[in-house]
Design a protein around this ligand. Structure first.
Ligand code: SF4
Ligand code: FES
Length: 249
């Protein structure tokens, strides 16, 4: 397969970027999208040019490091799939593919396809933890957790922090990410003591970063490689409102 790539190249946050055209030849349908970029990068370095910078780590859809817009869609055309697990068999010989970083003022471009997602880290640092004594693993096993709560908590905990929800949202809202982080703890007994404080501080931190508000477009759950439901946003809003009213009582 041969593809024409238009890749966003930007040397640093302070410099202007632009799309640059590349030809990707001998692309195997069995390659992942990142492996295809690896091959392009080998050719670029062979010619003495700078390789395309992109984030990656596990390459098996669990770490959240990878991700960029592929033909205007976060993580590309396959639903529930992170960029590292996207295969070239989904493209046709001769396709033109536009590749660009997440677009959000909360995620400034570091270089080429790499953006700074430390805003997510600050939201988690604001409350995405349990600080009460929960004991060791045997203690955890003695606390009964309703099956439905355990499963819903695991659904929320599947969030890998990739940022596709923000990139896909017309408002650049981080609500799906924040809701997933609030919910996976708030659904478990161990997360109850700090449940309200957690919702207040994580939502407050989300608002402090440059994310937009949520108006329930639902693009986030369409783009999410872990198919996290926007139901969690309703749950976050409920927790936040309850915590607000309790705090002002
Ligand atoms: S909610 Fe989904 S899209 Fe958003 S950061 Fe988590 S895994 Fe990525
Ligand atoms: S590289 Fe880890 S999720 Fe893609």
């Amino acid at each position: 397969m041969k593809l024409i790539l238009h890749v966003w190249r930007q040397l640093s946050a302070n410099q202007k970027g632009q799309f640059v055209r590349y030809e990707a030849n001998d692309v195997s349908p069995d390659m992942s999208f990142l492996e295809m970029l690896d091959v392009v990068n080998e050719q670029l370095t062979g010619r003495g040019e700078l390789p395309i910078a992109f984030d990656h780590d596990c390459r098996e859809g669990i770490c959240g490091a990878c991700g960029f817009m592929i033909n205007g869609v976060a993580h590309g055309p396959s639903r529930g799939t992170a960029t590292c697990q996207l295969h070239m068999r989904l493209f046709n010989d001769g396709d033109e593919v536009w590749v660009e970083p997440w677009r959000s003022s909360a995620f400034p471009v570091v270089k080429d396809l790499i953006v700074n997602r430390s805003a997510f880290d600050r939201i988690v640092a604001a409350g995405g933890f349990i600080s009460v004594q929960t004991g060791g693993a045997p203690d955890a096993n003695t606390i009964p957790v309703p099956k439905d709560s355990a499963e819903r908590s695991m659904d929320a905990a599947a969030c890998i922090g990739c940022g596709a929800c923000v990139a896909a949202c017309p408002n650049s809202s981080a609500s799906l990410f924040t809701a997933a982080k609030i919910s996976h703890l708030g659904l478990l007994p161990q997360g109850q003591p700090e449940r309200r404080r957690r919702a207040l501080s994580m939502v407050a931190q989300m608002d402090l970063e440059s994310f937009g508000g949520c108006s329930l477009f639902g693009e986030c759950q369409e783009a999410c490689p872990k198919e996290i439901s926007i139901d969690f946003i309703a749950r976050m809003n409920r927790d936040f409102l309850k915590a607000t009213f309790t705090a002002t009582e």
